[in-house]
Design a protein around this ligand. Structure first.
Ligand code: UQ1
Length: 444
């Protein structure tokens, strides 16, 4: 029939076919549980649900083909690990028994229970888990992106796949002058990392015999070096011993790449601005949730984080919605260890909601931060919402130990890939209870 058509009607038919094939990606789906975001929390939770739900009932939306183990980016920055060692294919991590939609979430309609993706597909859900993480916002500091793009300027950052590989070369070319390390005025993922890379630079320069010619300065927007007093005391001591200058309430506001100068604002006296020249500037940019999350008033609090009850992790307005990991409003330190502990709470509580039962678990705010303080030492900080230490091992963990460095570098990545990504790691709470002989204490 097509053969007998005129040229113009053949064109119409071909346009129609093209429309059909392009609109096939703007499909409609429906499922019982929809997980948005295939990072640490999203993958771990999907693995858990893949054991209780049918493939068609469990959908995960994630646009990236690759999954990076970001906790090792600090060690990549110090030249200890290679970026390839932190990478796996998303398809190899996600369980067989789930449906992966490789698209970006563009809109959440919490009243209609529909998430729309960037190319228009609609996914209707019964229950939603938002685990979209937080993203670095390099563009928010004038002069930063331009500086990062020219490796000769000395500006670097471990917080991005794009820039992390330039951190070690910057350390290697550093000979004299100021090496400045920043911490922004926003929540950040792994709040220990901005100072870990500072200690690693100090240790590297000592090993190379170049430390005497370099001033190391840690400028943080926070009023403290670390939120938990026990570890803050240990870190202040290290900074004093190693001649690292720590300035609190100092926020990086702009960079002049031409003169290699950085301008900081005193957050206690906003009119006070100081400009300082640098040979190396390690920048931790402000961070926020992704655009489709932070602009959704029903989903988020004022600060743009998914507004959940800090104990149950259930949304405060929509009982069929939960948040997991860095995008959540729960006021814990944003680390993979926190996401591990939250995964169990979200899984058990959501299963209970699905069965109309009372939610059984409460998240205590557990987070941990292996504070790498040199090329072979680390302080393992572990704490709860009240910033009280919650240590796994039966000794005081405020010491720099080689064993904790090995735990960070080798043991935890193995736990992550083989246990957590398969839904079998809820953080070290069980080991803590065994080591502290309180196994029979009631779980909360
Ligand atoms: C942890 O569970 C975890 O998540 C996988 C991390 O993320 C990378 C950590 O850094 C740490 C320290 C833990 C806690 C684990 C132990 C064994 C104390």
């Amino acid at each position: 029939m097509l053969l007998r058509c005129s040229k113009s009607s053949r064109k119409t038919v071909s346009l129609f076919c093209r429309y059909i094939s392009s609109s096939s990606s703007t499909e409609k789906h429906s499922c019982k549980v929809l997980v948005v975001g295939g990072g640490t929390g999203g993958c771990a939770l999907t693995a858990k649900f893949s054991r209780t739900l049918k493939k068609s009932d469990l959908i995960i939306i994630e646009p990236s083909s690759e999954h990076y183990y970001q906790p090792l980016f600090t060690l990549v920055g110090a030249g200890i690990d290679k970026i390839e060692d932190t990478k796996k294919n998303e398809k190899d991590i996600l369980p067989e028994n789930c449906t992966w939609i490789k698209q970006k979430a563009a809109h959440f309609d919490l009243n209609k229970n529909i998430v729309t993706t960037a190319n228009g597909s609609q996914i209707e859900y019964d229950y939603l888990v938002v685990s979209t993480g937080i993203i670095p916002r390099y563009e928010m500091i004038p002069g930063l992106v331009e500086s990062l793009q020219n490796p000769k300027i000395g500006v670097c950052s471990i917080y991005s796949l794009k820039y992390v590989q330039n951190v070690f070369p910057t350390m290697q070319t550093l000979k004299s002058g100021n090496a400045i390390f920043t911490f922004p005025a926003s929540p950040v993922k792994c709040p220990g990392a901005p100072q870990k890379i500072c200690y690693l630079t100090d240790d590297y320069l000592r090993k190379e015999g170049k430390r005497d010619n370099v001033n190391i300065i840690y400028n943080t927007s926070l009023p403290v070096i670390f939120g938990v007093k026990k570890y803050a005391d240990a870190l202040w001591k290290i900074c004093k011993e190693r001649n690292i200058t720590v300035n609190t309430r100092k926020n990086l506001i702009s960079i002049n790449p031409q003169n290699s100068e950085a301008t900081f604002q005193n957050l206690d006296q906003p009119e006070e601005k100081t400009t300082i020249s640098f040979s190396m500037l390690h920048v931790v940019p402000p961070m926020s949730t992704t655009e489709s999350v932070r602009t959704n008033k029903e989903l988020c609090n004022e600060a743009g984080f998914v507004e959940v009850d800090k104990s149950t992790l259930q949304h405060v307005r929509f009982p069929n919605v939960f948040a997991l990991g860095d995008c959540s409003s729960s006021p814990n330190s944003k680390t993979a260890a926190a996401a591990a502990a939250q995964t169990e709470v979200v899984f058990e509580n959501l299963e209970a909601v699905m069965k109309g039962k009372k939610m059984p678990l409460k998240y205590d705010g557990y987070a941990s931060c292996p504070l790498v303080t040199g090329y072979n030492k680390c302080i393992l900080a572990e704490f709860d919402y009240d910033l009280n230490p919650l240590e796994t091992f039966p000794f005081s963990q405020d010491r720099e130990l080689w064993s904790m460095f090995i735990l960070k570098k080798n043991v935890i990545p193995t736990i992550y890939w083989s246990l957590m990504m398969n839904g079998h790691w809820n953080g070290p709470a069980l080991f803590r209870r065994i080591m502290h002989l309180d196994l029979f204490k009631k779980r909360q």
